[in-house]
Design a protein around this ligand. Structure first.
Ligand code: HEC
Length: 254
């Protein structure tokens, strides 16, 4: 047998070094995806005050809660036990009336009596010692700013496309699937990534589109999972089952 006859371009036939290289990448990306999932649960997931990502979370994150303010939401939520009903009402009324500076002295007393022992001491929490700091939290919640959307969008587009070009590259060497099926699976993450990012922008104005964010995210997680498990299986189980895989997966006639 000529040496070239033993070279087959498919996952089960690759040398251990190539399979190790591919698997290392897939493992790190797999962990990365789990971390991203955890982060989404902790940030967006908590936007409506309940654990787990729901349509409300997405609406609050991107569209905002426009007949309310962060101050009001929290005073009816996780900060409810931090002040009595009267004090809470004073703060909520102040926020609803536009957080006017004239009323600051009265409001300041409520903040001082109930809130600043934490909201001036714990880093990362908004401080209620100054008018500016307090007014920021009291203004109408308009959701994500154009600034932050632009920043997060371009990071996601570049970053996620980079993940999927290599995941798709590895997957393109799988055996046993027809070329059309593979092409569709490879295209899914890119399509859903675009849907996902666009949906953030549209949700900012039209909260009804929050569904697309969930569908988009779900779509590329499924495609990622499918490519991940298929590739790993073909690299570490198929080579040891005694069969010969002689296809060239990059050949158009396959
Ligand atoms: C015992 C400490 C403590 C006290 C007292 C306290 N808070 Fe908080 N506050 C926190 C912590 C911790 C968080 C972050 C966790 C969360 O959002 O529930 C927070 C979050 C908030 C947020 C959301 C901040 C953001 O940027 O997401 C608001 C608004 C808020 N508190 C308002 C108040 C008000 C108003 C009072 C007084 C009536 C108050 N808090 C009293 C500890 C405290």
């Amino acid at each position: 047998m000529k040496k070239s006859d033993t070279f087959h371009l498919n996952l089960p036939s690759f040398s251990v070094s190539v399979r190790t290289l591919f698997s290392g990448y897939l493992l790190v990306m797999g962990i990365g995806f789990l971390m991203a999932g955890a982060q989404i649960l902790l940030t967006h997931g908590m936007a409506d005050g309940k654990l787990g990502v729901s349509v409300d979370d997405i609406v609050y994150s991107y569209h905002g809660n426009r007949n309310s303010s962060k101050l009001e939401v929290k005073l009816n939520g996780s900060m409810k036990d931090k002040a009595n009903a009267l004090d809470r009402m004073i703060l909520i009324k102040w926020a609803r009336e536009g957080a006017k500076k004239e009323q600051w002295p009265k409001v300041q007393k409520v903040f001082e009596g109930n809130c600043i022992k934490c909201h001036s001491a714990i880093p990362g929490l908004p401080t209620f010692e100054t008018y500016e700091g307090s007014a920021e939290v009291a203004k109408t919640d308009m959701g994500a700013s154009i600034d932050s959307l632009t920043r997060v969008s371009h990071i996601h587009l570049f970053g996620i496309a980079f993940i999927f070009i290599f995941v798709g590259f590895i997957f393109s060497f799988t055996v046993g699937l027809c070329q059309q099926t593979k092409a569709i699976v490879i295209s899914i993450p890119f399509t859903f990534l675009i849907i996902d990012i666009f949906s953030w922008w549209i949700t900012k104005s039209y909260p009804g589109f929050a569904w697309f964010t969930i569908i988009g995210g779900f779509g590329y997680i499924c495609a990622f999972g499918f490519m991940w498990f298929t590739s790993m299986y073909q690299m570490w189980v198929l080579p040891y089952n005694g069969k010969v895989y002689d296809s060239n997966e990059w050949d158009i006639s396959q």
